[in-house]
Design a protein around this ligand. Structure first.
Ligand SMILES: [Mg+2]
Length: 316
């Protein structure tokens, strides 16, 4: 339990114990004053944790006694707490509401709180208290899809599929949606294996397509990334749920076919160019580096720097 909430927990528990001893009627009635208890639920129960940007966060799930609090009493307490935070110069309030406590969303909204985001079991509301328009960053706005262009240099064949649930059946690279926290290359390798049974390893990133208001991304922006993968198994085991067809196709046939998407066609040409002239001409390779946040790492994708440029500092 966070130290800031310890006091409020104690107060709420004591109030409940006192009520039980007195045998009071409905504790905090849904109508009327909304606080038919001897010790009204006040702003002090809603003390939150300050953040480094000058905001304050309140997690309702940490206040067990809220199970018995009605929305009217909550609204009154929240209004008083907001006034206090405003007078203290707080710039924002974050209100985390577990799904089972959703009856507190409407009272918060009536005080100006808006949805910031929702997860499967909770919602996060926010209220900007600072000067001018809100400077709070928005939540996730993107869906990331990743496909694997699995090219076998020995046979010059490329792995292609036709999706099952598409209006038009076109050849494309196997792929799918990235899981939260999953690396791009790992998504490509996983999706290729799930859809075709082919095992492969990540080589490079070849292209990024950005599309806004994408119908397949719930109207959000969609980033579709194609990676170059090297196969190390060759027997196809098609996923019947997602794919209609899968085959190893000659790369030159994929370049020529009309029965494909514009993105697949362009990447096929790019691969042909890389195969003939060297993959360093088309590859964005990956480098893993330590982030400023202790213990974390990030992946940087860029064209490989020639060795003689690695130590060069100027124009000469
Ligand atoms: Mg897929």
């Amino acid at each position: 339990m966070p130290p800031l909430l310890r006091g409020s927990y104690r107060r709420v528990v004591l109030a409940l114990a006192r009520r039980a001893v007195l045998g009071a009627g409905p504790r905090w009635s849904a109508g009327g004053s909304g606080c038919a208890r001897d010790s009204p639920f006040g702003a002090e129960e809603l003390r939150g944790e300050p953040d480094r940007f000058g905001g304050v966060s309140v997690r309702l799930g940490r206040l067990d006694a809220l199970d018995r609090l009605d929305p009217v009493a909550f609204q009154r307490a929240l209004q008083a707490a907001v006034q206090k935070w405003r007078s203290e110069g707080r710039v924002a309030v974050w209100l985390h509401i577990p799904i089972l406590q959703s009856r507190f969303i409407a009272p918060a909204a009536s005080l100006g709180f808006c949805f910031h985001h929702a997860e499967s079991d909770s919602s996060m509301l926010s209220l900007w208290l600072g000067d001018g328009p809100s400077r709070l960053p928005g939540y996730a706005t993107h869906q990331v899809g990743v496909a694997g262009a699995v090219f076998d240099e020995n046979t010059r064949k490329i792995l292609v599929v036709q999706d099952r649930n598409k209006l038009k059946n076109m050849w494309k690279f196997p792929g799918g949606l990235s899981e939260p926290g999953e690396d791009i290359g790992d998504t490509a390798v996983r999706e290729v294996f799930e859809e075709t049974g082919i095992k492969s390893e990540f080589r490079s990133l070849l292209s990024i397509r950005q599309q806004h208001t994408h119908p397949g991304a719930f109207g959000k922006s969609d980033m579709y990334i194609i990676c170059r993968l090297k196969p190390y198994s060759f027997t196809i085991n098609l996923c019947q749920h997602e794919c209609l067809k899968c085959e190893w196709m000659n790369l030159s046939d994929l370049v020529k076919t009309k029965n494909t998407t514009p993105i697949t066609s362009r990447v096929a040409r790019l691969l042909l160019y890389g195969y003939k002239e060297g993959f360093d001409k088309i590859d964005l390779t990956m480098e893993e580096l330590p982030a400023v946040y202790t213990g974390l790492f990030y992946k940087l994708y860029h064209k490989k720097l020639p060795d003689n440029y690695k130590s060069m500092t100027g124009m000469d």
